[in-house]
Ligand binder design. Structure first.
Ligand code: SF4
Ligand code: SF4
Length: 302
């Protein structure tokens, strides 16, 4: 069985305890307007082209076996329907302008990479984290991967937007040692407006998983997005939800940054980039204080 993976990062220290390997899976059911990993949204592999670095040499046009590329108006235009994602243009480009984002990997391929760093996990209390996109979009692959990793005695974590069929909860709990679970907003209509989906299923899944695993195995992560959820009232809404379900676990804050702009350009979605504005340090500190004053254990992630 193969999964579509767009990155594997080793020696990560922010996505769960200890030193970890992060496996980034493609596909996401949300379309958050601030998305910092827009290359993860589409499930299928996609060809990226970074126009600013292109020297217009035309080598990619010449080599393309499907005649999918045209040099026009000082840029390369690709006919998506013709492209078979063979990678020939990626290999020949002297400026590394082309990139195929996402490739099929087998469970065995990934396990081999993961096992290389087992001593680091063992010495640091680390393991692997499966991220995305939304890993549950490739649920069979995800379950099999985590089962196999657990067989090797390695700690497993999932980073999730929480939007998945609730029938999966029991199975996920059996293979994931830790959930890094996003709560973005408590008001369903605003959540839907900014992310494309309502939050009802997300809040339900959070509560169900929490009831099953307790505070040690689920972390509430709040992406702090200026103009969306950083005001006192919205944060209080999330706090009230956590109190209502008697959540006593940790809260991790994930501050927004503006670094995703070039990613949008690379995948040809320049017009879909939204600059959500600056997130000031004093704003983050106020949110930390708000959570701490109501007895939550808070960490601000890099
Ligand atoms: S091979 Fe690379 S540098 Fe040359 S035209 Fe194609 S994308 Fe541009
Ligand atoms: S990936 Fe292959 S088919 Fe697609 S544009 Fe590049 S050379 Fe052509």
């Amino acid at each position: 069985m193969n999964g579509i993976i767009f990155d594997i990062q080793q020696y990560a220290i922010y996505d769960g305890p200890g030193i970890r390997t992060i496996v980034f899976m493609k596909g996401c059911p949300l379309s958050c307007i601030w998305c910092q990993n827009p290359e993860s949204q589409q499930l299928e592999p996609q060809l990226a082209y970074f126009q600013e670095k292109c020297g217009l040499c035309g080598k990619c046009v010449e080599i393309c076996p499907e005649n999918a590329l045209i040099l026009s108006d000082n840029r390369i235009i690709r006919e998506k329907k013709l492209c078979k994602k063979c990678g020939a243009c990626v290999k020949i480009c002297p400026n590394n302008v082309m990139e195929i984002i996402g490739e099929e990997k087998s469970i065995q391929d990934i396990i081999e990479i993961i096992l290389r760093d087992k001593p680091f996990y063992d010495n640091s209390g680390g393991g692997i984290t499966v991220s995305g996109g939304e890993p549950t979009m490739q649920k069979e692959f995800l379950m099999n991967l985590l089962k196999n990793v657990k067989k090797e005695g390695i700690h497993t974590a999932i980073e999730t937007c929480g939007y998945f069929n609730s029938e999966m909860v029991d199975k996920l709990v059996s293979v994931a040692d830790l959930f890094l679970f996003d709560i973005k907003h408590i008001e369903a209509d605003l959540h839907e407006h900014y992310t494309g989906v309502s939050n009802e299923n997300i809040l339900y899944n959070f509560h169900r998983i929490y009831k099953l695993v307790g505070p040690e195995r689920i972390i509430c992560r709040i992406p702090l997005i200026p103009g969306f959820n950083t005001d006192q009232k919205t944060i209080q809404g999330i706090i009230d939800f956590l109190k209502e379900i008697r959540f006593t676990g940790s809260v991790h804050l994930m501050p927004y940054n503006r670094m995703a702009k070039t990613k949008y350009e690379k995948i040809g979605k320049k017009d879909e980039y939204h600059d959500m504005g600056e997130l000031r340090e004093d704003k983050i500190e106020k949110i930390v204080e708000q959570l701490k004053s109501q007895s939550f254990d808070v960490i601000v992630n890099e």
